[in-house]
Design a protein around this ligand. Structure first.
Ligand SMILES: Nc1ncnc2c1ncn2[C@@H]1O[C@H](COP(=O)(O)OP(=O)(O)OP(=O)(O)O)[C@@H](O)[C@H]1O
Length: 690
């Protein structure tokens, strides 16, 4: 291999495959060596995972050239004159790509670094933006991801670079403005060929918690990964924005939610990493109805902090610990990527998990490393420069996120997208729907919730009926189809059909049950009002008839009285008579007994009993009521409760209005069988004792 010079374009072909070359380079006195990627000439990534549309295989899968992480270094000016007079800067720019810093081991030497861009103290916001950021924005409209992040020690100018001020707007406002401009000009040059939908989300990672800045919630949000290894945050608020002023209306108040505090090194020091996500969805208006989705992450990292100098204590110290440890993991990730390790520790911190796509992932990434000029920042600056030098070796593998919709569904989906993008007044509702879109698996939440509860017996009828009502109201065609993959959509349709069948079956079952219930209650009435002979004419089977009879007899089975034809009850309301025809009885144990006794209740007695029971129902206390047969504590309380709400019972039948009181039970009161039994005992015992 021949000797290469910096900037040389290298292309080594091995068995028809292109490779790219890394080599060790040294600058200046040669005291520091670090590696740099000389150049990448590609076509070399044939083995890259091929993204296939989840809706329908795209006819034009697009792969992009591998893209190295681009690194720019920005040197902040001295912030006050005093400081600049007292200290000599420790860093010096050499040209628009390189700089040098004094070697602390040997004051006579400097260490030189080369990056994609170097921005000196006098650099403007516009310069940083147009050189480092603007070139990657076009990838978004091609359905690729991009990310820009500011890294560096506390107080070095990260927030200034990313956000800036109204007078000196930073990367974020400039990029958003340009994105809208780009969508407009794309349509003006190609006619209204594409429909654009732009959304934004904004979050912070504070003490290892992901928090929504657009709609702050109390709990942290989880980070998830879908089967295609895309990172997403379920339930993160997503706002549809149609203009830059729309963006500002959400972003400015949300920025106030970010955790900022005063430290010795910065009056407004960011205590969290802030991540702004802008998603651009581009849907083709005509066949083949392609849909391209590009995401732009703009990240203002919290600065690394040397707590001997920040003076941090208490909560500030805790925050600082979280910031430093996540930045430490970030540097481990970069090391692992550079060493080609099989395991990259993305999962070791929330920050690296979110940056997974930006470092070693699919995004076109730009890192702006901010450094400060003062001597007191020397070691922070050195650390930051070394991190930046390592990062620029990372190769990302961008791809185009393209799907093709079937022509039948595309206009429907487009219509829905247009509605969503067009009506600013619906933002809140949209957010909920849109946030779930972050997950390619998630579908319209209401429908999927419905499907999940489908199996529940108690709720199923009501839910199915609601669905049916909805279908009746709108008709299947009226329901906007969820933005799900085709297969999932077909499944949903199938389940709706099944649900309708189930509704039908349930309705039929309900009818049958109602009919059966009606028969049973008629039967009960007839049992209670007619004499036992009628039972034999009923539709009951012989064994059942026998059992009913026996039950009846068992209840009225008299006591120890024998050899008496009639015994007058001392209360004289009840006449206990001896039946002419002995009846056979089967006891519970199945032993046949014979008894001669039954009770006949005359009409007057019945009327009297009715009054007595009514009096007891209206005036009886808990204990009195419990003395009635089959009335336990619960039912007695219910009777008292009913009385308190509805006033006195006007007739004994009112009891049926109480839950658990059947017509049969009421009827048994009327026949006074239960009371009889108690009275009989007393009476006959007394009589027998006479
Ligand atoms: N290039 C610049 N030109 C003018 N002022 C700057 C520049 N860079 C930073 N500043 C100023 O320096 C101060 C610190 O900057 P900034 O808050 O952006 O630092 P930071 O790196 O975000 O700090 P932290 O990590 O603590 O949040 C601010 O007052 C900012 O306005």
């Amino acid at each position: 291999m021949s000797v290469l010079r910096i900037g040389d374009k290298v292309l080594i072909t091995e068995k028809g495959k292109n490779l790219y070359v890394k080599r060790q380079l040294g600058w200046g006195s040669g005291s520091v060596g670090f590696s740099a990627v000389v150049e990448i000439e590609n076509q070399a990534f044939d083995m890259m995972p091929k993204r296939v549309s989840v809706m329908e295989p795209s006819s034009h899968p697009k792969r992009s050239a591998p893209a190295r992480v681009k690194v720019g270094v920005r040197l902040r000016p001295y912030m006050n004159l005093e400081e600049s007079k007292q200290q000599r800067p420790c860093v010096r720019g050499l040209n628009d790509q390189s700089l040098e810093i004094v070697n602390w081991r040997n004051q006579l030497e400097t260490m030189q670094y080369q990056f994609d861009a170097f921005y000196g103290e006098d650099s403007t916001q516009q310069e940083v933006y147009s050189r480092s950021v603007e070139p990657i924005l076009s990838h978004l409209l091609d359905g690729q991801n991009a990310s820009v992040f500011a890294y560096g020690p506390t107080g070095a100018g990260k927030t200034h670079t990313m956000l800036g001020s109204p007078e000196q707007p930073g990367i974020i406002p400039r990029a958003v403005k340009d994105l809208f401009q780009m969508t407009r000009s794309e349509n003006s040059s190609f006619g209204a060929h594409w429909n654009f939908k732009v959304t934004m989300s904004y979050l912070e990672i504070y003490q290892e918690k992901v928090l929504d800045l657009l709609e702050p919630k109390h709990q942290e949000l989880p980070i998830r990964e879908d089967k295609d290894k895309n990172i997403f945050i379920p339930n993160l608020t997503q706002k549809v924005i149609t203009s830059f002023s729309d963006f500002e209306s959400f972003f400015i108040p949300a920025s106030q939610n970010r955790t900022v505090a005063c430290t010795k090194l910065n009056n407004r020091s960011s205590r969290s990493h802030a991540v702004l996500l802008i998603k651009v969805q581009k849907s083709e208006c005509f066949s083949p109805f392609r849909q391209l989705t590009g995401k732009l992450y703009m990240i203002d990292l919290a600065g690394s902090e040397d707590n001997r100098r920040t003076g941090n204590q208490g909560i500030r110290l805790k925050e600082s610990g979280a910031i430093n440890s996540s930045l430490f993991v970030l540097s481990k990730v970069v090391d692992a990527l550079n060493q080609g390790l099989p395991r990259i520790p993305y999962r070791d911190s929330k920050l690296t998990r979110l940056l997974q796509d930006s470092l070693g992932g699919s995004a076109h990434s730009v890192m702006i490393t901010n450094i400060a000029p003062g001597q007191k920042y020397y070691f922070d600056t050195l650390t930051a420069l070394n991190f930046a030098a390592k990062s620029k070796q990372i190769i990302n593998k961008p791809f185009t996120q393209e799907t093709t919709q079937s022509s039948a569904l595309a206009p429907m989906k487009r219509h829905r997208d247009e509605q969503e993008a067009g009506s600013a007044g619906m933002q809140l509702k949209k957010v909920k729907k849109d946030s779930s879109e972050e997950s390619p698996k998630a579908t319209e939440s209401s429908l999927s919730t419905y499907l999940k509860t489908e199996g529940l017996d108690s709720a199923v009828v009501e839910r199915l009926l609601n669905l049916e009502k909805m279908l009746m109201k709108k008709g299947l065609k009226g329901i906007p189809l969820p933005s799900t993959p085709k297969q999932e959509r077909l499944e949903l349709m199938k389940r709706v059909e099944e649900s309708q069948l189930e509704i039908q079956e349930l309705k039929e079952q309900k009818k049958k049950l109602e009919a059966a219930f009606a028969v049973e209650s008629n039967l009960n009435k007839s049992h209670d009002s007619e004499n036992s002979e009628d039972i034999f004419q009923s539709k009951l089977r012989p064994l059942q008839r026998k059992a009913v009879l026996q039950r009846k007899q068992a209840i009225v089975q008299p006591l120890q009285v024998q050899n008496q034809n009639t015994v007058e009850s001392p209360l004289s309301e009840f006449a206990v008579i001896k039946k002419e025809r002995p009846k056979r009885m089967v006891s519970c144990e199945g032993v046949e007994n014979e008894t001669n006794w039954g009770i006949n209740v005359n009409a007057d007695t019945m009327e009297q009993a009715r009054k007595n029971i009514l009096n007891m129902l209206n005036g009886g206390n808990l204990k009195d009521l419990k003395s009635l047969q089959k009335i336990g504590d619960k039912k007695a309380k219910l009777i008292i409760g009913w009385r308190q709400i509805n006033g006195p019972f006007s007739k004994v039948e009112d009891l049926q209005e109480i839950e658990g009181m059947s017509a049969k039970m009421v009827s048994s009161f009327l026949k006074v069988k239960c009371t009889l039994r108690k009275l009989e005992k007393k009476t006959f015992l007394k009589t027998a004792g006479r």
